[in-house]
Design a protein around this ligand. Sequence first.
Ligand code: APR
Ligand code: PHB
Length: 389
Amino acid sequence: MRTPVVIIGAGPAGLLLGQLLSRAGIDNILLERRSPDHVLGRIRAGILEAVTVEALERAGVAARLRAEGLPHHGIELSYAGERHRIDLQALSGRHVVVYGQTEVTRDLMAARHADGTPTVYEAEGVSLHDCDGSAPMVRYRKDGVTHEIACDYIAGCDGYHGVSRASVPASATRLFERVYPFGWLGVLAETPPVADELIYASHARGFALCSMRSRTRSRYYVQVPSSENVDDWSDARFWDELRSRLDPHAAQTLVTGPSIEKSIAPLRSFVCEPMRFGRLFLAGDAAHIVPPTGAKGLNLAASDVLYLSEGLIAQCRHGNASLLDAYSERCLRRVWKAERFSWWMTSLLHRFPDADAFSARIQQTELEYLMSSEAACRALAENYVGLPH
Ligand code: APR
Ligand code: PHB
């Protein structure tokens, strides 16, 4: 078998890249180690920047997003019992759209299926060969049979734990990492959201976030120590903890209900440089992780594959390598800005177990400054809605 581009991983990065390439007439085969249902069962964030919406439009998969996505023109910060609105639209001229990553993935899968573009789910033992040579090849097993695909380029869109980055020799990359001493315990519930906009709460008991998937489905998070076990959290305990971290009005109006999903996600910042090794290109979580506080993970994955699609199209259609050669550098400029913002939002709003009295005062002062300075709010807004490509 032979194809110009093999894509590893059917998360939003791999699926969106495939769609952008197919639309430009570039054949591709996608290999995913899980089943479609398993991929769609993962609950992830749901805030889309305007540039991500544009990328999905370019890929021809934005119809349901346009119909069902909720435009959000502001967010709220909750601190010391009060809420402070950040008017994203007024401060940045742009807004974000609430539309779950699961739905983005579902729309992309449906479009790929409708086009009949080859996709192998439950591909086992995927391995990459000769990435830095002139004839790369990807091997995998399906139903006990081994297959090989010869290709020109490999897109490693297989997340943080994938095989693509692991196939690059350690000496060829530089890794940057910060692991935070806490995680987010998240609950999805079929209840109306507590407020019209997202509430990011800084509280002595820890951070909390009130988000949503629709007008009838809520997504809530509380900061918990890294050592926490999800089995120790009954729904009642979760709702009590969330309520205790909200302002009095939100605490009073919070509607609780049985959880549909409950899980703990660790928080991590991570970047792999460069994002290219020969003919292998890393994109999305395979190349970088942000803590979810700034809602940047999915958006960075989308901007990576937009750049990668431009590079591959220029190369495969016109024999022009310049955009492909610039891929890693173009991505990393945007990645590091999102890393900085996500680290900053995380540092601002969470309780750090080892913070000394000085750090605690600085954090408090930073929040008070933000609540009193339009310039500071504008800087937050500009980053939250997403920096331009
Ligand atoms: N072979 C084939 N597929 C693999 C392999 C492998 N060895 N390892 C991982 N995969 C698949 C995973 O099963 C998953 O479906 O790669 C896919 C990677 O998808 P995501 O983890 O969703 O990563 P990405 O597409 O980069 O999307 C980034 O996801 O984690 C969030 O915050 C992140 O929202 C951001 C988005
Ligand atoms: C979510 O809805 O899951 C969500 C929203 C905003 C974030 C993180 C997660 O910053």
